[in-house]
Design a binder for this molecule. Structure first.
Ligand SMILES: Cc1cc2nc3c(=O)[nH]c(=O)nc-3n(C[C@H](O)[C@H](O)[C@H](O)COP(=O)(O)OP(=O)(O)OC[C@H]3O[C@@H](n4cnc5c(N)ncnc54)[C@H](O)[C@@H]3O)c2cc1C
Length: 226
């Protein structure tokens, strides 16, 4: 079990894991009624073959269960990945924490170009400091309004309407290695938003530790899900 912090209040925590390289080769070899108990060089070759030829199903017999804390806008991107299971904290049942993501230093960026070919550039120090302050002030106002509404007796499910998408949420995500590789392929790519990329790189590290041979083969064959 490992936990990595991300940005100001976020984290990626591996809550449970049933994943190894051996399950990949055994589920592939069941086609021939064969099974091995220890991993060999031939198995590395088999995993590379499966990855290269895009025989994806042997990479599905495993499971990673993550506990994530991230801003709502990152979660929204994350939840688009349909192959996996999600459960999220409820804004109906809990009073949401008054913490929002404040981008720091060069995370405050400008955007130029056309859709599909944007360039994002860090802004100068004075501007980024100002922007971080504007965002923090806005959070203060919106969380103040949220707390005011809750204290007036308004249902939390209505009071939350005033909260920004930078507000932190948390969720559990259970996913197999094949869908995980698809997630990593898309969300570590330099075209993905920088914030979700930071999370995806933490996930990548955990994946690499659990399934090192699969991980190397995935990198070798273009970081694309088989
Ligand atoms: C840089 C970037 C920009 C994006 N911009 C936008 C945007 O502007 N608007 C927007 O709406 N989304 C956007 N997305 C989200 C994107 O369209 C996908 O919804 C998201 O990346 C999930 O990918 P996925 O469908 O491959 O993953 P999953 O849903 O986890 O699916 C995994 C794989 O399963 C298969 N699969 C799953 N469901 C189906 C299905 N119904 N039919 C057929 N095959 C299926 C596919 O092979 C798929 O690749 C963006 C994503 C990225 C990375």
């Amino acid at each position: 079990v490992s936990e990595e912090s991300v940005h100001d209040h976020g984290f990626v925590r591996l809550d449970g894991c049933m994943a190894d390289d051996l399950s990949v080769v055994n589920s592939a070899r069941v086609s021939f009624g064969a099974k091995v108990d220890t991993f060999s060089d031939a198995d590395t070759g088999l995993i590379n073959f499966l990855m290269r030829e895009r025989h994806g199903t042997p990479f599905e017999h495993n499971s990673f269960r993550f506990h994530i804390s991230c801003p709502i806008f990152v979660a929204r991107e994350w939840f688009r990945h349909r192959i996996g299971s999600f459960n999220e904290i409820s804004g109906r049942y809990t009073r949401l924490k008054s913490n929002g993501y404040v981008p720091y230093d060069d995370y405050v960026r400008s955007q130029t170009g056309k859709p599909g070919a944007y360039t994002f550039e860090p802004m100068d120090a004075t501007t980024s400091e100002h922007v971080s302050k504007v965002i923090s002030d806005y959070y203060r106002t919106s969380y103040g309004t949220y707390n005011y509404l809750v204290e007036r007796g308004v249902a939390k499910e209505i009071a939350r309407l005033v909260l920004p998408v930078g507000t932190y949420t948390e969720f559990y995500w259970t996913v197999n290695a094949r869908a995980l590789m698809n997630f990593l392929s898309l969300r570590t790519h330099d075209t993905a938003q920088r914030e979700i990329r930071d999370y995806a790189f933490k996930i990548e590290k955990i994946f690499a530790e659990a399934m090192p041979v699969t991980y190397e083969a995935w990198k070798e064959h273009g970081r694309v899900a088989p």
